[in-house]
Structure formats: structure tokens, C-alpha cells
Design a protein around this ligand. Structure first.
Ligand code: PLP
Ligand code: COI
Length: 343
């Protein structure tokens, strides 16, 4: 299947596009089986599967980019392999071996190479691994059988309009996760729990909710499906919290900030401190680094205007450009973050 695709690469939304293949591997009888290549978009599962009843579902998100040199690069897949392992242990699921995870990522990207958007379109191939509990059980218990699969989809920017400031809000009546709950794992249930708040925020014209720590509602946690960082007096500051997902993009931006000579602080950030920051952004695989214009605290009525001129700040812009340049092979990958996929 090498024929040209008729996709409007530069205007892709962040959504699902059918591709040629997905890859699957099942855990049964105490071991992972062979990797299967599938063209089916459906999964056949037992009506009493633990994934359906008790939420044994975890996932990941990473991207592949078509570089300036025409090569395909996958960004930091080993980190996603490690993180899904943590999620599996958190939900008492069978962890996917890291090497199997990486082998399957490479395979699914290679098989769907024609869906990796062309260099210059600004789009990328989103890679979505997921693991589900497959055993039938009406009692609340962990599964003995699992399906791990990876699908891909070419995508454009997560926040409409791409790299330009959007407004976010704080609403204390919603929690995404519990203080010692599942927030540090990438569990489907966390996203189900965020739908109500997300919908409300969108109705009010905000692109995302800036969640506070669920215990004290005092410190910033994360920003919808992304981490949060701010630039304060030349420092990169980002919330340290047990109830947020450890973002690989955030980790990478912190390294880039250090490489730029900046100080990085991972610590509690109070809501009031937002009055003292010069820039802010949401960061993640889907969000990349999406600048924040204004943060409205809907409970106190205080509006923290961050992008005073309505434009992305200079530091956020430099961080974003550097990350993109590494991902698209325009800048040297000094930290060895990319895996090149041989076509
Ligand atoms: N926080 C949440 C809740 C997310 O869903 C994501 C997306 O994966 C992130 C943060 C960002 O993580 P990463 O940079 O690894 O994609
Ligand atoms: C990602 O950035 O990979 C995410 O998982 C966010 C997503 C839930 C849209």
C-alpha cells in the first residue's frame, strides 16, 4: 500500500484517521505471545472483561516526525515504555516488557510510514499504545489475560490555532484524581473523571482546566491533558506533585531550559504566585508547549493575565522551537532522544 494519500496534512485536527495497520500482543498463560499485525479497527472481547467493568485500562501517547532529511524519528519511546510499566504496576496489571513496547512502536510506525505527515506540514504521527484487562470476572479482581495494542493516527495541533495563547481556568468544585490516587499513572479512568470539568471549561470559552492539588486546593497541579510550567524571573518553574502525570515533554523542556542556561525548579506553586510569572504554558505530547494567555480563577474572580500582548512569550517560544527542531531533525539530538525508523 504505497499509493499517495489524499490528506490535508497542514490542516489535520488532533483526531483519529484510519491507517493501514495496528499491532497487538496478548498475555495469556503467564506469557506474552507473538506480535500480530492487524488491519482490523475492532477488538473482540469478553462481555465480562475487567477493562469494561473495572477500568483496567492504561495507555500512552508519543509521536513520530518526518524530518528535514526525510527520515522518521520517534521521540523518547523508552520513556513511554517505562511509564506504562508504572501504570501497569499501579493498576495491578501485567507490565509490558520495555523491549517489546519499543519493538512494537518501531513496527507500527514502519508499517504505517505513509501516514507520517510530510516535513513542513507541522503535523506528526500520534502513536497510541494501550493495554486492557481481558479476563472475564464479575468479582473485583485483576485480570490474568491482557491485550496490548498500538494504533497510530496522523494529527495536527491539540489546541486549535496551534502555537498561540489560549485561556485556561481554575475551578475548585472538580477533581481529576484523588490525592493518593491514580493521577501519576496514565489510566483511562482519570480522563473519564476529567470530562465534566473539561466540558464546563469549554462551554465557558477556556481551552483547559488548570487543576489544583486535590488535597489542599492550594497548589497548581496540571493543565487538562498536559503538565504546566511558567517562566518566573528567567526561571522555569513547574509543579511537583504526586497527583500529576510525569510528563516526558516537561522533562525534555526542563533539560532544554537547563541547556539554555536557565534554572529549573520543580516545586509547589501556589495560585497566588501566578501573579508573579511572566509566561505560562501547557506541555505534553499532544499539547507540545501551548502558551497560556490568561488564567481565570473562577472561584475568586481573579484573572491572571500572563501574555499581556496576546503573543507567546520569548522563553516559551525558544523552548518550543528547540523541542520541535530536535523532533524534526533540524537541530542536533544531543541527548539521544530520537529513534530513527528505517523504512
Ligand atoms: N498530563 C496528562 C494528564 C496527560 O494526559 C499528558 C499527556 O500524555 C501529559 C500530562 C503530558 O505527558 P507527555 O509529555 O509525556 O505526553
Ligand atoms: C498526550 O499528550 O499524549 C495525551 O495523552 C493527551 C491526550 C489524552 C489527548
Amino acid at each position: 500500500m504505497t499509493e499517495e494519500l489524499n490528506l490535508d496534512w497542514a490542516n489535520l485536527p488532533f483526531g483519529y484517521v484510519r491507517t493501514d495497520y495496528n499491532v497487538r500482543c496478548s498475555y495469556r498463560d503467564g506469557k506474552w505471545g507473538d506480535v500480530e499485525v492487524s488491519t482490523s479497527e475492532t477488538v473482540n472481547m469478553h462481555i465480562a472483561a475487567t477493562a469494561l467493568h473495572y477500568g483496567q485500562e492504561i495507555f500512552e501517547g508519543l509521536k513520530a516526525f518526518r524530518g528535514k532529511d526525510g527520515k522518521i524519528r520517534v521521540f523518547r519511546m523508552r520513556e513511554n515504555a517505562k511509564r506504562i510499566r508504572e501504570s501497569a504496576l499501579g493498576l495491578k496489571m501485567q507490565p509490558v516488557p520495555e523491549d517489546l513496547f519499543c519493538e512494537m512502536v518501531e513496527k507500527v510506525v514502519k508499517l504505517n510510514a505513509r501516514f507520517v505527515p510530510p516535513y513542513g506540514s507541522g503535523a506528526s504521527l500520534y502513536i497510541r499504545p494501550l493495554e486492557i484487562g481481558m479476563s472475564a470476572s464479575v468479582g473485583v479482581r485483576t485480570s490474568t489475560e491482557y491485550l496490548f495494542l498500538i494504533l497510530v493516527s496522523p494529527v495536527g495541533p491539540y489546541f486549535k490555532g496551534g502555537f498561540r495563547p489560549t485561556n485556561i481556568c481554575i475551578m475548585r468544585e472538580y477533581d481529576r484524581v484523588a490525592p493518593k490516587g491514580t493521577g501519576r499513572w496514565k489510566v483511562g479512568g482519570n480522563y473519564a473523571a476529567s470530562l465534566g470539568a473539561g466540558e464546563r471549561a469549554h462551554e465557558l470559552g477556556y481551552s483547559a482546566v488548570l487543576y489544583l492539588d486535590p488535597k489542599e486546593k492550594k497548589y497548581l497541579d496540571e493543565c487538562g491533558p498536559a503538565n504546566f510550567f511558567a517562566i518566573k524571573d528567567g526561571k522555569y518553574i513547574t509543579p511537583a506533585s504526586d497527583s500529576i502525570l510525569p510528563s516526558i515533554t516537561n522533562m525534555s523542556l526542563q533539560q532544554i531550559a537547563k541547556d539554555m542556561g536557565m534554572e529549573v525548579e520543580s516545586r509547589h506553586i501556589t495560585v497566588d504566585e501566578l501573579a508573579e510569572v511572566q509566561e505560562a504554558a501547557a506541555c505534553g505530547t499532544a499539547a507540545v508547549a501551548s502558551p497560556v494567555g490568561e488564567i481565570d480563577d473562577l472561584d475568586t474572580g481573579v484573572k491572571y493575565v500572563v501574555a499581556k500582548d496576546g503573543k507567546p512569550g520569548p522563553v516559551t517560544t525558544q523552548l518550543y522551537n528547540t523541542l520541535r527542531a530536535i523532533q524534526y531533525g533540524e537541530m542536533e539530538d544531543v541527548h539521544g532522544w530520537n529513534t530513527i525508523i528505517e523504512e
